[in-house]
Design a protein around this ligand. Structure first.
Ligand code: MUC
Ligand code: MG
Length: 373
């Protein structure tokens, strides 16, 4: 019997350039910074996971630099010497040593899933219950862009990859101007593709109730987190007042928060990010709560690289509740990859990789090339 004991846990920061700047409500990224975590077992098997946040600590308080300190200094010592088949027990013990820090915990959760599945020569999806789907729809996110640039990018993605839905980031500028820009764009392309918006919790109640109806009228199909995370009352009011689906993102980090959204009937969809929730085990709980409460889950992203994306794809493969498509386009936003395989993005979908573990293999030369000195 091969030895499933964790021999070592290592991490390094890699910086990968983006194909174009990605504008969020509060910052703009030109590179994605990723904490690549590796877990090696005594039998020699390696597993990988990514610690990754969208564009820096503005989103959830963690950054690759803080994650490195947490993983190396606090999580790794709890993991080394334990059997990877005790994953649930290890994750529970991590809670005793480090509060919150869910992005850091996601990186080690995924690396352990990958190593364990590889040791058993099965895909990670089999550890999560097996397959419900082998492809998922992919929404392309545009960031904050001027109208003509956004339209050109949408046309290009439709032509090249058949994307059928697009997410625009809002909340960076004056709400009236921002609304005009997005409403005009929606009128221009909204009969051919679905336009969704993500305001990243930047609007207050009054602004949201003033401008969201105009966006609904223009044909926007989904409002993602228009208002502050803790204000479920307003989110519920928006859900009630408009016919547009409302997605909770910043409002749901934990299973308890997912339950609160269900109880408050504050949204129709939950943005499920395997990173934000602290890994695949915690994400399963969110999915179960959403499903029981009659909410759909969207396979959302923190702009993961290929390893983190493969993890979220394995999760979507095994989780029926991911019924509102995905935005797992992270690898397409990176200028280069650091896995051996290419993902198959086609007809607005991506095929979920097969093969042991996450279904993708690391390209160590590339990883070395992008490692921060
Ligand atoms: C978010 O808030 O959803 C995902 C895609 C994107 O452009 O931003 C992220 C984060
Ligand atoms: Mg969001």
């Amino acid at each position: 019997m091969s030895d499933l004991t964790i021999r070592s846990v290592e991490s390094r920061i890699i910086d990968v350039p983006l194909i174009r700047p990605h504008g969020f409500a509060t910052t703009t990224s030109t590179e994605q910074h990723i904490l690549l975590v590796s877990v090696q077992l005594e039998n020699g098997v390696m597993g990988y996971g990514e610690g990754v946040v969208p564009g820096g600590p503005w989103w959830g308080g963690e950054s690759v630099e803080t994650m490195k300190a947490i993983v190396d200094g606090y999580l790794a010592p709890v993991m080394v010497g334990r059997k990877v088949s005790e994953l649930a027990g290890i994750m529970a013990d991590l809670e005793r040593v480090v509060a919150r820090a869910r992005y850091s915990k996601a990186a080690v959760d995924v690396a352990m899933h990958d190593a364990w599945a590889r040791a058993l020569n099965i895909p990670v999806r089999d550890l999560l219950g097996g397959t419900v789907r082998d492809k998922v729809d992919v929404t392309w996110a545009l960031g904050v862009l001027p109208l003509n640039v956004a339209v050109a990018e949408i046309e290009e993605r439709i032509e090249e990859f058949g994307n059928r839905s697009f997410k625009l980031k809002m909340g960076a500028g004056d709400p009236a101007e921002d609304t005009r820009r997005v409403a005009e764009l929606t009128r221009e392309v909204g009969d051919r593709v679905s336009i969704r918006i993500d305001i990243n919790a930047r609007w207050d109640r009054r602004t949201a109730l003033q401008y969201l109806p105009k966006l609904a009228e223009a044909g926007v199909e989904l409002f993602e987190q228009p208002t502050p995370a803790d204000d479920l009352e307003t989110l519920r009011e928006i859900t009630r007042r408009t016919n547009v689906s409302v997605m909770a993102d910043e409002s749901v980090w934990t299973p308890a928060e997912a339950l609160a959204v269900v109880k408050a009937q504050a949204a129709d969809v939950i943005a499920l990010k395997t990173t934000k929730h602290g890994g695949l085990l915690e994400s399963k709980k969110i999915a179960a709560i959403a499903e029981a409460g009659g909410l759909a889950c969207h396979g959302a992203t923190s702009l993961e690289g290929p390893i983190g994306t493969a993890a979220s794809l394995q999760f979507a493969a095994a989780t029926k509740a991911i019924s509102y498509g995905t935005e797992l386009f992270g690898p397409q936003l990176l200028k280069d990859t650091y896995i051996v395989q290419d993902f198959e993005y086609k007809d607005g979908q991506v095929t979920i990789p097969e093969g042991p573990g996450l279904g993708v293999d690391i390209d160590l030369d590339k990883v070395n090339f992008y490692t921060r000195q």
